[in-house]
Design a protein around this ligand. Structure first.
Ligand SMILES: [Zn+2]
Length: 460
């Protein structure tokens, strides 16, 4: 029982007024306290949403290769500096001991999944991008020609518009895209005009024209792809298909047919005279490189061979861009993911900053997205936090041959547009036993792209 109930009216009003007074004072004090802490909170909070502290930043475009703090606000890189005050950030993550790089850019993938078409890269041979990208530090991919002008908008609707990964596309010169042999060998469906028109309808999204898998001896697929690329002012990526050294030799492709900025992918496949009988790099590749033709890895399930790559690397013929050629036939084979392909170049003696350059800034330039692939202030905050593990590792080519190595990259954390979209070991998360007994979602929408809480009062 409340003792006030038995007290007289006077006593009760006395107690009441004292209680009101006390609560008024308390409210004022609490109010002032809240105001003060809110003011300091705001000034500290509002500057940066997220601070990655103490990581080794590799940003080849800006020639940064040093321990740096990275502050992010509104989805963009705000500052990269030797020391940024943690008090200025809403959320601070200690990334010392890790590499911090621009989000990786993989310009050769196959992600037109979900159509239900069997045996087709515009279908079952493709994979959904989000399941493969963020866990490998990749934030941007370019689909390498799964769709042509006839089905590009379906691809956009089914995949591009629904993925968290930034998905760009090389449009296939074949109107039906990579729907299989019947379509991909049909010269009548390789039209420059509608291909260029579709590319011009989606500038920045369609970033190139692809020709691939052609088995015949004609030059038409390459010529029409270049014609479309010229009309739309975008590069062409070539998978040179079946080797026809007499009718359409590699040397003529790279020194005459392709323009500067066009991309020859699968450069270490050895399937089309990239290497001479003597073991030398085909001199046409050197000549083409001088002309500005780009050479891309495109590992895939059939296009990366140690006996081709190792001598080429020793001779100094290094790739301009590193890419996976991700699809169902490569994802669990010699190729594992973007980091695995990068590891292979580390294992062949390429330095970490050169590997990062060929997985960020170089591909960004190749696809004319120079706003990506670096950490300049104002750039979209797509970042990867990578660990370079030391140990005994093995790296497997498409024929199942192994090359041993001592370094391996793993992805700890991936940010897409300033939000955490992958966090392998929970480096951004609080320990469960330090949270309230009834804890629910612990993140905040200012930095958490996975499961942010609605309220900002949740633990930082
Ligand atoms: Zn491919």
């Amino acid at each position: 029982m409340n003792p006030n109930h038995s007290a007289g009216p006077r006593l009760r009003s006395d107690v009441l007024s004292r209680t009101i007074m006390t609560s008024k004072i308390l409210r004022t004090i609490v109010g002032m306290f809240i105001l003060l802490s809110w003011m300091s909170h705001v000034s500290a909070q509002q500057k940066y949403d997220l601070l990655l502290k103490g990581g080794h930043v590799i940003d080849p475009r800006n020639k940064v290769n040093a321990v740096r703090d990275v502050a992010i606000v509104d989805g963009k890189v705000a500052v990269v500096a030797a020391k940024i005050d943690p008090a200025e950030a809403f959320k601070v993550v200690d990334v010392s001991g890790y590499y911090v790089t621009p989000g990786l850019i993989d310009i050769h993938v196959h992600v037109y999944a979900g159509t239900g078409e069997r045996g087709s890269y515009a279908g079952d041979n493709s994979v959904y991008p989000d399941g493969f990208t963020f866990r490998a530090g990749v934030t941007t991919v370019a689909d390498a020609g799964c769709a042509g002008w006839r089905n590009f908008e379906d691809f956009k609707h089914k995949i591009i518009d629904r993925s968290k990964t930034r998905v760009l596309a090389f449009i296939n010169i074949v109107g039906q895209g990579m729907r299989g042999g019947k379509f991909e060998q049909d010269l009548t469906d390789m039209e420059a005009k509608p291909t260029a028109d579709m590319a011009l309808r989606y500038p920045g999204l369609i970033i190139g024209v692809k020709t691939a898998h052609y088995a015949g001896p004609e030059w038409a697929p390459v010529e029409r792809a270049v014609e479309a690329g010229t009309a739309a002012n975008i590069p062409v990526m070539v998978d040179f298909g079946t080797n026809h050294p007499a009718e359409r030799p590699l040397s003529e492709l790279v020194t005459k047919k392709l323009r500067p900025g066009d991309i020859y992918t699968h450069v270490y496949s050895g399937l089309r005279n990239e290497q001479l009988e003597s073991g030398q790099v085909n001199p046409a590749l050197w000549e083409a490189r001088k002309r500005g033709v780009i050479f891309d890895v495109g590992h895939g399930g059939g296009s990366f061979v140690w006996r081709i790559a190792v001598p080429a690397m020793k001779a100094g013929f290094i790739p301009d861009s590193i890419s996976t050629d991700l699809h169902i036939g490569s994802m669990n084979a010699g190729m594992k993911d973007m980091l695995n392909v990068m590891d292979k170049f580390l294992a062949m003696g390429m330095s970490i900053d050169e590997v990062i350059q060929r997985s960020t800034w170089n591909p960004a330039r190749e696809i004319k997205h120079e706003e990506l692939g670096h950490l300049s202030p104002g750039a979209v905050a797509d970042l990867a936090v990578l660990k370079l593990e030391k140990g005994n590792f093995g790296f497997v080519d498409i024929y199942g041959a192994r090359l041993r190595g001592t370094q391996k990259l793993t992805c700890e954390l991936t940010l897409r547009g300033g939000k955490v979209v992958y966090d392998l070991n929970g480096m951004t998360r609080p320990d469960w036993d330090k949270l309230p007994r009834d804890y629910r979602r612990t993140g905040n929408a200012r930095w958490d792209g996975v499961s942010p809480a609605q309220s900002t009062t949740n633990p930082r």
